[in-house]
Design a protein around this ligand. Structure first.
Ligand code: NDP
Length: 278
C-alpha cells in the first residue's frame, strides 16, 4: 500500500506546503463522497479537493471526521462559488463551507472562477486575506484565473495567490499559463488531470503505459508530477483510487514526456472558458 510519505510536498509561496497528489470529488453525490473519501484516506491520500458547488462538503467532512487521520496530517481545500463573490458574501460562504465540512480551519480556500465581468474577485480575495489573518484558513488561492486576472489581482491586493487550479491534461497542457505561474511564484494545480477519462484510450499514452507496465492513468499522473504540477485525480472506484496514488516509484523518460507533450491541442479544453464562464 502506498503511504503518505511517498507523496512529495510542494512548497507554497506563503511557507506552507501541499501534497503533490490529492483526491478530487467533483460530480460525486454527498453519500458517495463519504465512501470515496473514506477509501482515499485509507490508501494514503492526505489532500482532498471539494467545492461548495459540488454539494458534497458534508459527506467529505464526515469521511474526514470518521477516518481517524489527525487533522494536522490533512490538507483540505474548498472553493468559493461564483454567486457568493463579494467581501461580505465571501465571509458568509466561508462560514457555511467550514460548518458543512465540520472543520475549525481550512488549509486552502480558492476563488472557483474569476467571473471577471462581474468584477468582484478582488473583494472576494480581500475577504480571503481577512480569513487568513484570522487564522481560519492557512493558504489562499484561485482557480481558473487567466494571466490577466492574476496580474490584476496581484497588483490590486498586494498578495500573490499560492496556487491557481486550472484545467490541465495532456490534451490541453497550458504551457503559457504554467510559465506565467512560474514567473509569479504560483503553484500550478491541474483539474481534470485525466481529461475526465477521455485521455485514457489515447494510443500514444497506451504505448508509454505498456512500456512501463503501468496504466494509462498512472502515466498521465506521472507526467503531471514530473512537470511539477499538483494533481487531484477523481475516482469512485476503489482499485483506481489506489492505483492513481501509486506513481512515485517510476519515472518517464524525456522521450515519454515529449510524446505526451505532443498531444497538446489549442482547442483541447473540455471545460468552460474562464473568460466567459459565470
Ligand atoms: P479526472 O480527470 O480526475 O477524471 C475522472 C474520471 O476518470 C472519472 O470518470 C473516473 O471514473 C475516471 N478515472 C479515474 N481514474 C481512473 C483510472 N485509473 N482508470 C480509468 N478511469 C479512471 O476528472 P475531474 O473532472 O473529476 O477532475 C479531478 C478533480 O479536479 C475534480 O474531482 C475536482 O476536485 C477538480 N476540478 C476542479 C474544477 C475547477 O473548476 N476548479 C473543474 C473540474 C474539476 P470513476 O470515478 O468512475 O472511477
Amino acid at each position: 500500500m502506498t503511504s503518505i510519505s511517498s507523496v512529495p510536498a510542494v512548497e507554497l509561496n506563503d511557507g506552507n506546503s501541499i501534497p503533490q497528489l490529492g483526491f478530487g470529488v467533483f460530480q460525486v453525490p454527498d453519500d458517495q463522497a463519504y465512501d470515496a473519501v473514506t477509501e482515499a484516506l485509507k490508501v494514503g491520500y492526505r489532500s482532498i479537493d471539494t467545492a461548495r458547488i459540488y454539494d458534497n462538503e458534508s459527506g467529505t467532512g464526515r469521511a474526514i471526521a470518521d477516518s481517524g487521520v489527525a487533522r494536522e496530517d490533512l490538507f483540505v481545500t474548498t472553493k468559493l462559488w461564483n454567486d457568493d463573490q463579494g467581501y461580505d458574501e465571501t465571509l458568509r460562504a466561508f462560514d457555511a463551507s467550514l460548518d458543512r465540512l465540520g472543520l475549525d480551519y481550512l488549509d486552502l480556500y480558492l476563488v472557483h472562477w474569476p467571473v471577471a465581468a462581474k468584477g468582484r474577485y478582488l473583494d472576494s480575495f480581500r475577504a480571503f486575506q481577512q480569513l487568513k489573518r484570522d487564522g481560519r484558513v492557512r493558504s489562499i488561492g484561485v482557480s481558473n484565473f487567466t494571466a490577466d486576472n492574476l496580474t490584476r489581482l496581484v497588483d490590486a491586493v498586494g498578495e500573490t495567490p499560492v496556487l491557481n487550479q486550472i484545467e490541465l491534461h495532456p490534451g490541453f497542457s497550458q504551457a503559457h499559463l504554467r510559465a506565467v505561474h512560474a514567473d509569479l511564484g504560483i503553484v500550478t494545480e491541474a483539474w481534470s488531470p485525466l481529461g475526465q477519462g477521455t485521455m485514457l484510450a489515447n494510443e500514444t499514452i497506451r504505448a508509454v503505459a505498456d512500456a512501463h507496465g503501468r496504466t494509462p492513468a498512472q502515466v498521465i499522473l506521472r507526467w503531471h508530477v514530473q512537470l511539477g504540477n499538483v494533481v487531484i485525480p477523481k475516482s469512485v472506484t476503489p482499485e483506481r483510487i489506489a492505483s492513481n496514488i501509486d506513481v512515485f516509484d517510476f519515472a518517464l523518460t524525456a522521450d515519454d514526456m515529449a510524446a505526451l507533450a505532443s498531444l497538446d491541442r489549442t482547442d483541447g479544453r473540455i471545460g468552460p472558458d474562464p473568460d466567459t464562464f459565470g
